[in-house]
Design a protein around this ligand. Structure first.
Ligand SMILES: Nc1ncnc2c1ncn2[C@@H]1O[C@H](COP(=O)(O)OP(=O)(O)OP(=O)(O)O)[C@@H](O)[C@H]1O
Ligand SMILES: [Mg+2]
Length: 345
């Protein structure tokens, strides 16, 4: 009898946190030392997409003593000092807060809430904050009078070091300890994915070659999970290597959709513009062409178009999400030019 392989979709979701983690013992023990007795530390975590940075940080927060005040801020959605401070305050106080405050009021409130209580503040996807006035927020947090009992964890997928991303005085007052998350090998990615598959799929419903294909194509575990889940949802028999290959492109689109979830319709249209141009053209894609195509798409969907300045910020967001890549060329008759391509895994 033919049967759908999916038994329980939950373990294949990207935000499911299994207690058992694989191959990250060193990083886990370094993270657990963020609040040693006496003085809090600052950590800077770097690793490419889907290497377990967020997952391990959440586990660390869960394992940190209940008395510690914990605060997790996803900076892709809170990408200015003002938005991040508001969210930090909301987390620390469990109170909603209006828009009438000045930045310095919010800073004062955060200091009040961190007095006499150990606090951990995580700024995940910190690169989005650093595109704006993130430096000022980091400077404030690293200098506030309660810094001795407030540990910061900054997480980046794009910059290996924080040093060149912030002002010198900010860096020297933060003095972050760096933890690098190396990309997984294909074997490690397989091990992580197979553990999730065992919890989620019916026995004997996944061909080993199918999972080997996924794990050797992408070591971004989130992308791999989207792929496996999509493959399971689109067959009524066992998941084979050829089925996995067939759904590769649509599965990646699902992952890209997930990455764009917290972003605007204009981000999605810009991404669609790059995708369309890439399928149609053999030669390089330049920003001007993307803006033109984006405008056409806006007309089709009856959307108002944004200025080039805003679009250029939004393209930068797609780049930080690792959905597109930019290559810069210097010299030649046109001076500096930028060539854009889609990342496919
Ligand atoms: N060592 C591991 N053991 C078990 N599961 C893991 C491990 N590493 C990553 N995962 C799983 O992979 C997925 C991606 O992990 P996570 O979201 O932490 O990655 P990330 O490095 O934060 O990625 P991004 O940069 O895209 O935010 C999650 O579902 C997580 O549970
Ligand atoms: Mg993450």
């Amino acid at each position: 009898m033919v049967e759908q392989p999916l038994q329980d979709p939950t373990p294949l979701k990207h935000n499911y946190i299994p207690k058992q983690i694989t191959n990250r013992e060193r990083e886990q023990s370094e993270l657990s030392n963020v609040l040693p007795e006496g003085s809090a530390q600052n950590l800077f975590i770097h690793g490419s997409r889907g290497t377990g940075k967020t997952h391990l940080t959440h586990l660390t927060l869960e394992e940190t003593a209940d008395e510690v005040n914990k605060c997790y801020i996803p900076c892709d959605g809170h990408d200015t000092q003002y938005k991040a401070l508001k969210q930090i305050y909301r987390n620390l106080s469990n109170e909603e807060i209006g828009d009438g405050y000045h930045t310095s009021d919010l800073q004062r409130k955060v200091v009040e809430k961190t007095q006499a209580v150990d606090t951990l503040i995580v700024l995940d996807e910190v690169d989005f904050l650093l595109l704006n006035d993130g430096n000022d927020l980091l400077y404030f947090l690293s200098r506030m009078e309660t810094r001795g009992n407030t540990g910061l964890i900054l997480i980046s997928s794009n910059h290996e070091e924080l040093k060149n991303q912030v002002e010198e005085r900010t860096y020297s007052s933060l003095q972050p300890r760096r933890i690098g998350f190396e990309p997984y090998t294909a074997e490690e990615a397989y091990e992580i994915l197979v553990a999730r598959a065992r919890k989620s799929l019916k026995p004997q419903s996944l061909q080993k070659a199918a999972l080997t294909y996924i794990a050797s194509t992408t070591q971004n575990i989130t992308s791999g999970l989207y792929w496996l889940k999509h493959a399971a949802e689109t067959t009524d028999s066992i998941i084979t290597e050829s089925h996995v290959q067939q759904v590769q492109e649509t599965a990646f689109e699902k992952y890209a959709g997930h990455q764009l979830n917290n972003f605007s319709e204009d981000h999605r249209l810009l991404y669609q513009a790059v995708q369309e141009l890439e399928t149609e053209r053999e030669n390089e894609i330049r920003t001007g062409m993307i803006y033109d195509r984006y405008q056409e798409l806006c007309q089709t969907y009856n959307e108002n178009t944004l200025s080039k300045r805003r679009l250029s910020d939004f393209l930068k967001h797609l780049e930080l999400l690792n959905l597109i890549e930019s290559q810069y060329h210097y010299g030649g008759s046109k001076g500096k030019t930028r060539e854009i391509s889609i990342c496919h895994r």
